[in-house]
Ligand binder design. Structure first.
Ligand SMILES: Nc1nc2c(c(=O)[nH]1)N[C@H]1C(S)=C(S)[C@@H](COP(=O)(O)OP(=O)(O)OC[C@H]3O[C@@H](n4cnc5c(=O)[nH]c(N)nc54)[C@H](O)[C@@H]3O)O[C@H]1N2
Ligand SMILES: Nc1nc2c(c(=O)[nH]1)N[C@H]1C(S)=C(S)[C@@H](COP(=O)(O)OP(=O)(O)OC[C@H]3O[C@@H](n4cnc5c(=O)[nH]c(N)nc54)[C@H](O)[C@@H]3O)O[C@H]1N2
Ligand SMILES: [Mo]
Length: 584
């Protein structure tokens, strides 16, 4: 599917995805779908913007996704709302799925999800009946130790109702950053070369060995980023132990879970290289820093979340002692004994598409003329304009062309609330700042709107019970660490859970998060840990403390002349809006 198709869905099931804060352009499509008459079901423990315009808001308990999805499948099957023809012609494994979801009656799921059984029934019926239902999901699905199972569960719903292979249907992972899809397409994954070609396949390896003029490429799957701390600190097998870490466009000392462990790993690692456009927290642990150009100072290609390749062009000449990322990589490679030389990005691109059958037709010329091309695009001629939606006509990627149902039981999150840490600690995004905040935090305008130490969203009831007011500094503590942030009471949040964003350097929520990984995707459980919130009696001390911490940090990072604004600006995020009566 493509992003514009969102507008023409008859029903949108928005699952653990907060477009209004994360992707305003995609959110516009959701609003337009609503204006065109689409029904919207929002599944989120918080009352996010989508919930406010939704026909139904299933405000589930954090960490209960699969129980809800299985219960929706249960209703669709039991009330015979399935598309039997589609299942018979285009899918395998339905008979195995039925007994797995059998126990997920809406009443049973209500006990886990806190969503009323009748609402689960109603949502399942709406999803199955619309005729053109589309699922959008985000980090509220992916950032759990049970994540891939939920994605497959959502796919089950789409397959059993025949919502695949036609416009404005399917399931859409609304991928995070402008080029997350591109990083994967280009092989920045531990198990594949560019174009999702497996490193364990000898035929594929031979193709790349020939093209690159090398004798042997490794046949072992590489290390996922979230395994690095363990492989530095605890790996017994010397062959697998990591000694050097080349970090490029990533700030693990801010964005990875359990920062105390990450810092230890960076410090114990023999050699750390950091290649970035700004100084970041990871840079404090680096032996070598390689400064590179930013997005408007170089050119290249991005892939949108809908598999669309788009060209980006240089807008301004870089200043100072910087090089483009690809020139740095070429120079390092050459210095290490493998001469690598390209004259421009088009040469790199042409080599790439010639090695990737699915991308072969996406020439610079075509990207230019058409404005963008969605892969697969196999043929260089202008007749092949790419593929707007996969699984056209119900043809899937398995060898027999059929989809496969996959069912499994819900598992609770890995660290549950307890006497010492009675609240759920969840992390998400907010408007205004971006990811590890190197980019937006170096922009004076944005810093004037919001600055350190950031916010912790809490329910009004929890704030009252703790006796804390808006903007008061509080301490948030988990088994692994703590941080200090400003309290933000909001009716968008249910009692018992608190939310932070991972962008703040002082209010660094990843001091608290846990490196519990999904076994397939290796994504950490950023959306669930156990915490407690402590009132700080001496606010004057706390204000001074964060000011000093921030000054010290900036000093270590070589950032000069930036004053910390103590209180939030006029645009305090997430206003404590009253819930509307939209939830049916
Ligand atoms: N302003 C801004 N925009 C950004 C970013 C940023 O840092 N700042 N980061 C970018 C990146 S890297 C990404 S990946 C995207 C991510 O964009 P989104 O996918 O929207 O990510 P989040 O806001 O982390 O989480 C989405 C929602 O999941 C909900 N959630 C939490 N727990 C659960 C649960 O148990 N079940 C369900 N169903 N939902 C749950 C949260 O309440 C939240 O509203 O945003 C991108 N856009
Ligand atoms: N607690 C918690 N933690 C999270 C998440 C969460 O929801 N909760 N979300 C996770 C997610 S989905 C993501 S994607 C990650 C993101 O985390 P990161 O990838 O670590 O953060 P970014 O801010 O996207 O960018 C990383 C670095 O890239 C640099 N950079 C930008 N442009 C360029 C360039 O052109 N070249 C080079 N060399 N560098 C550049 C930036 O300055 C920055 O230092 O965080 C994850 N961490
Ligand atoms: Mo992301």
């Amino acid at each position: 599917m493509g992003v514009p198709e969102i507008e023409d869905a008859k029903l949108l099931l928005v699952f653990g995805y907060n477009g209004a804060d994360s992707h305003p352009i995609v959110a516009r499509r959701i609003v337009r779908a609503k204006e065109k008459g689409a029904q919207i079901i929002c599944v989120d423990p918080r009352r996010i913007e989508t919930a406010r315009i939704a026909d139904m808001h299933l405000q589930l308990k954090n960490g209960s996704n699969l129980a809800l999805v299985n219960a929706m499948a249960h209703v669709i099957i039991n009330e015979n709302l399935i598309n039997r023809d589609f299942i018979e012609q285009h899918a395998n494994g339905f008979d195995e799925l039925v007994p797995i979801v059998a126990k997920y009656t809406p009443e049973y799921a209500e006990g886990i999800t806190q969503v009323p059984a009748e609402d689960i029934r109603k949502a399942a019926r709406m999803y199955a009946a619309s005729g053109r239902s589309m699922i959008l999901y985000g980090m509220g699905v992916c950032q759990f130790a049970q994540a891939v199972d939920v994605v497959k569960g959502l796919a089950n719903l789409a397959i059993m109702t025949g919502n695949f292979g036609r416009p404005s249907t399917g399931i859409g992972p609304v991928r995070g950053q402008n080029n997350v899809q591109g990083a994967c397409d280009m092989g920045a994954l531990p198990n594949c070369f560019p174009g999702y070609q497996s490193v364990t396949d000898p035929v594929i390896r031979e193709k790349f060995e020939k093209a690159w003029g090398v004798e042997k490429l490794p046949d072992q799957i590489g290390c996922p980023i979230t395994h690095v701390p363990h492989r530095v600190l605890h790996e017994k097998d010397p062959a697998k132990r990591i000694h050097a870490y080349y970090i490029f466009g990533e700030d693990p000392a801010q964005s990875d879970p359990d920062l105390a462990e990450v810092r230890e790993a960076l410090d114990k690692c023999d050699f750390v290289v950091m290649q970035d456009i700004f100084m970041n927290k990871t840079g404090r642990h680096a032996d070598v820093i390689l400064p590179s150009t930013g997005w408007c100072e170089h050119e290249g290609v991005y892939s949108c979340c809908d598999r669309g390749f788009q060209r980006v062009r240089k807008l301004i000449e870089p200043q100072g002692d910087v090089k483009t990322d690809w020139e740095i990589i070429c120079a390092i490679s050459t210095a290490m004994g493998y001469p690598m030389h390209y004259n421009n990005t088009e040469e790199i691109w042409n080599e790439l598409i010639d090695l990737c059958p699915g991308f072969a037709g996406a020439t610079y010329e075509k990207l230019e003329k058409l404005g963008g091309v969605q892969w697969p695009c196999r043929d260089k001629s202008m007749n092949d304009k790419g593929t707007p939606f996969l699984h056209k006509g119900g043809k899937f990627a398995h060898p027999d062309g059929k989809a496969k149902f996959y069912g499994t039981d819900w598992r609770p999150p890995t660290e549950l609330e307890n006497d010492e840490f009675p609240m759920v600690f969840s992390t998400a995004r907010e408007v205004g700042h971006y990811s590890v905040r190197t980019m937006s935090g170096n922009c004076r305008l944005l810093r004037n709107l919001e600055d350190e130490p950031g916010w912790v969203q809490m329910s009004i009831e929890d704030c009252e019970a703790l006796g804390v007011r808006q903007e008061e500094l509080v301490k948030i503590v988990s088994k692994r660490g703590y941080c200090i942030a400003r309290c933000l009471p909001t009716e968008r949040v249910k009692k018992g859970a608190v939310y932070m964003t991972y962008q703040w350097w002082i209010g660094a929520c990843n001091e608290l998060t846990k490196a519990a990984l999904d076994p397939v995707s290796n994504t950490p459980e950023y959306k669930y840990a156990a915490c407690r919130v402590e009132k700080i009696a001496d606010q004057e001390w706390a204000e001074k403390h964060i000011r000093e911490e921030y000054a010290e940090l900036r000093d270590q990072m070589g950032i000069k002349g930036k004053e910390l604004k103590l209180k939030g600006g006029p645009n305090t995020p997430v206003p404590a809006t009253k819930p509307t009566a939209a939830s049916a």
